[in-house]
Design a protein around this ligand. Structure first.
Ligand code: SF4
Length: 439
């Protein structure tokens, strides 16, 4: 048997959810004796994990496939865009295989066909915690696939299907393994974290001699046993979100909620077919903050949705001012091929969309900056992401990796990635905090 490992190049595009898929495929490749190489030239074949969420992502994915074909020639496509294979075939008839999201078996089959494994997998050391593309001290924990909603601007359910929740014991075991492998922060992701377990009727499972239901609150309770940071993403404002507030108040999970509100006008939300009830949202945010004064809320919004009037846009700005969200991302609405919203009347002109986006961002920038200013003088615990000659870069409970701000520690040269330290905040700019080690 030859000892030369076949070499695979890997390109991972898209959201954190796609990243989790990439990590699983990479783990499997490693287990089977493939070597992962960082350049097209050194690879015997390339796997491209694509994204198909918005048109810009589709183009980025197609460009990546084209580049890999040009540079290497042997390309296997997987991920969300794989669901639209005709689009890929039309542009690149030479790709070796096209598979959809979470279809690990088909990706591996395609890799085997292109590059038969050379080593006996049983002789290889199977990595305990999987291969992580994210730095070692934080990891995404995917709790479900698919989504039961049908938001009119989104094609994820048609690509990924209805909600399928992973059993809670399986998720807790994976989290336990990750923590044993050095992970200090778990980022819970899914399409709709609050809906976790609905499809399995919140089935009860055993973990560490205790019974847990496959449900968001119980999952959080289990994760809190692991003694690391747990951060919740993609939570919808269903009533039971109130249940996690006490866990946040007790420091069991991070006081952080990523809730994609998308809009604040009830009429637009109805047109968007969004889950959750916006009517009481402001009141609920106020109540959450009574229980968890330090709660950080991150959200995303779409401006210029078809039919959005000036008054409805103003309603959105008023909501922003009232809700005082900490971190906000916003997009000008852009039609997605195959989405129902494309049939709605009243398209907003590109110019007006851009104008509204600018206004929206200006209002939010002021709010975010003012909230960061209020942190000056406080001592807080942060998790170090990297350190070097210029100091360290860390994140507080309020900062999710890759999407929020960071905390710069001027005298953090000797710190190590994955270390928790206390810092005193000395300054703030629009996005980030500047600090020194406490004590
Ligand atoms: S909740 Fe809506 S936007 Fe999110 S994945 Fe489901 S359908 Fe798409």
């Amino acid at each position: 048997m030859s000892q030369v490992s076949p070499k695979v190049g890997f390109v991972s595009l898209g959201c954190p959810k796609a990243l989790v898929d990439s990590e699983r495929i990479l783990t499997q490749l490693k287990v089977e004796g493939y070597e992962i190489v960082p350049s097209y030239g050194a690879a015997d074949a390339v796997v491209v994990n694509t994204c198909g969420f918005i048109d810009a992502a589709v183009q980025e994915s197609l460009d990546a496939i084209g580049e890999a074909l040009h540079e290497n020639g042997k390309v296997i496509v997987t991920g969300c865009l794989g669901k639209r294979s005709e689009l890929i075939r039309e542009a690149y008839p030479d790709v070796l295989a096209i598979t959809g999201p979470q279809d690990y078996a088909s990706v591996m089959q395609a890799v085997h066909a292109a590059l038969p494994p050379k080593r006996n997998p049983l002789l290889d050391i199977i990595p305990d915690t999987g291969v992580k593309l994210t730095p070692k001290h934080y990891a995404y924990l995917k709790i479900s696939e698919g989504c039961n909603h049908r938001c009119s601007f989104c094609i994820i359910p048609s690509m990924r299907g209805d909600l399928v929740s992973r059993p809670v014991d399986e998720v807790l075991l994976e989290a336990e393994r990750l923590v044993k492998g050095g992970v200090k922060e778990l980022l819970v992701i899914s399409q709709d974290t609050s809906a976790y377990g609905v499809d399995v009727k919140y089935a009860e499972r055993q973990w560490r001699d205790k019974s847990y239901r496959t449900r968001m609150t119980e999952l959080c309770e289990g994760l809190s046993e692991l003694g690391v940071w747990t951060r919740l993403h993609y939570v919808y404002p269903y009533p039971h979100v109130d249940e996690v507030m006490p866990l946040m108040a007790e420091g069991k999970i991070l006081p952080y909620l990523d809730i994609p509100f998308q809009h604040a006008s009830p009429r637009i939300l109805k047109l968007m077919k969004r889950p959750g009830n916006i009517d009481k949202t402001l009141e609920r945010i106020r109540n959450w903050r009574k229980v968890v004064p330090d709660l950080t809320i991150r959200s995303t919004f779409i401006v210029g949705f078809p039919g959005e009037t000036d008054a409805e846009f103003e309603e959105l700005l008023d909501f922003l001012r009232e809700a005082e969200l900490d971190r906000v991302g916003a997009f000008a609405y852009s039609p997605v091929d195959g989405a129902k919203a494309n049939e709605l009347p009243g398209a907003v002109s590109e110019e007006l969309k851009e104008d509204r986006l600018e206004q929206f961002m200006a209002v939010q920038a002021e709010i975010s900056a003012a909230k960061l200013q209020r942190k000056i003088g406080r001592t807080m615990k942060v998790l170090v992401d990297e350190a070097g000659a210029n100091g360290a870069v860390a994140r507080s409970a309020a900062d999710a990796p890759e999407i929020d701000g960071v905390v710069h520690i001027a005298n953090g040269q000797l710190l190590k990635a994955g270390q928790f330290v206390d810092v005193v905040i000395e300054d703030a700019d629009e996005h980030d905090l500047h600090a020194r080690l406490a004590g």
